[in-house]
Design a protein around this ligand. Structure first.
Ligand code: APR
Length: 255
C-alpha cells in the first residue's frame, strides 16, 4: 500500500509520533473486537458484564467472563503490527503508544513507552479503593479461587479485574500522559479503533488541533475518517510492518 508524500515528509522530520490503538490492533492476534461484525458487544451486553453494578449484581457471571477473556489473551501473541511498532519506537526521539486495549500485547511485543487508558485485564484489584492489600497477595488468592470470584484476604471485599468499566473514569495519570503526548505529536496514528469511546476518541482531534498529521488505519470507516488527513483502509498488522520498512529508509535509529 502506498503512503502519501505528505506522510513520508512528516515522518522524515518528525520528533514526536503517537499511535492510539484499539481492539482492531489485536484482531490479527485472535482477540475479538467489541464492535463491528463479530464484536463482543454483538454477543454480550456491556451493561451486564463491564460495569461495577453488573459485577456487584452477579460477580460469578462477570468474573467467569473475564476469566474467559484472560484465557483467550494468555493464548494470544503480539502480531506483526505490535512487533513493527516496538521497532518503530527506535527511530523517533519521542514515540508514544496510547492503547485502549487491556491485553498487554504492546508490552509483550517490546514497546516501552505505553499508556494504558483502560487498564490491564491481567491485573487484580480489591474493589475497596482504600484497601492496602498488595497485588502479590491478591494474585495468589485469585489463582487459588480460579473461576470463583475471590475475596480480598485483608478486607473481605470482592476482587475485580484491573480494567476501566463503563461509567468509571480513566486513571488520571494515564489520560494526562495521553493528552500531553497527543498535543505534542507531529504525526498521530489512530489504529484499530472505532473512534466512538471518549476520552480516547478525543485524542486525534487534540493532536490535529495542534498541527499533527492524523492518519487512520482501519478497514472500516469511523467518525474520525472524514477528519483524518489520511486513511489507510487495511489491517494494522499489514500496514505497520510496511510503514516500518519505509521509515527505515528515511531515518536512522535514535536508540
Ligand atoms: N486493523 C485495524 N483495524 C481493525 C482490524 C485490523 N486488523 N480489524 C478490525 N479493525 C477495526 C474495526 O473496523 C473497528 O473499527 O477495529 C475497530 C475496533 O473497534 P471497537 O471494537 O469499538 O474497539 P475499540 O475502538 O478499541 O473500543 C474502545 O470500547 O468497549 C470499550 O473498553 C472497550 O477499549 C474498548 C473501547
Amino acid at each position: 500500500m502506498p503512503f502519501s508524500m505528505n506522510l513520508l515528509k512528516r515522518l522524515q522530520s518528525a520528533y514526536s509520533v503517537v499511535v492510539l490503538s484499539g481492539a482492531g490492533m489485536s484482531a490479527a492476534s485472535g482477540i475479538p473486537t467489541f464492535r463491528g461484525r463479530d464484536g463482543l458487544w454483538n454477543q454480550y451486553r456491556p451493561e451486564e458484564l463491564a460495569t461495577m453494578e453488573a459485577f456487584r449484581r452477579n460477580p460469578q457471571l462477570v468474573w467467569e467472563w473475564y476469566c474467559w477473556r484472560r484465557d483467550l489473551i494468555r493464548g494470544a501473541k503480539p502480531n506483526a503490527g505490535h512487533l513493527a511498532l516496538a521497532e518503530m519506537e527506535r527511530y523517533f526521539p519521542e514515540f508514544a503508544v496510547i492503547t485502549q486495549n487491556v491485553d498487554n500485547l504492546h508490552q509483550t511485543a517490546g514497546t516501552r513507552n505505553i499508556t494504558e487508558l483502560h487498564g490491564n485485564i491481567m491485573r487484580n484489584l480489591c474493589i475497596n479503593t482504600k484497601c492496602s492489600i498488595s497485588s502479590e497477595v491478591l494474585d495468589r488468592e485469585v489463582a487459588r479461587m480460579g473461576k470463583t470470584p475471590a475475596r480480598c484476604p485483608e478486607c473481605g471485599s470482592l476482587v475485580r479485574p484491573g480494567v476501566v468499566w463503563f461509567g468509571e473514569s480513566l486513571p488520571e495519570a494515564a489520560i494526562a500522559r495521553a493528552q500531553t503526548f497527543s498535543a505534542e505529536a507531529e504525526v498521530f496514528f489512530s489504529a484499530g479503533t472505532s473512534s466512538t469511546v471518549a476520552p480516547a476518541s478525543s485524542l486525534p482531534y487534540m493532536a490535529k488541533g495542534n498541527g499533527a498529521y492524523v492518519v487512520e488505519i482501519n478497514p472500516e470507516e469511523t467518525p474520525l475518517s472524514s477528519v483524518a488527513d489520511e486513511r489507510v483502509a487495511a489491517g494494522a498488522h499489514e500496514v505497520f510492518p510496511k510503514l516500518l520498512q519505509v521509515i527505515q529508509k528515511l531515518r536512522q535509529r535514535v536508540r
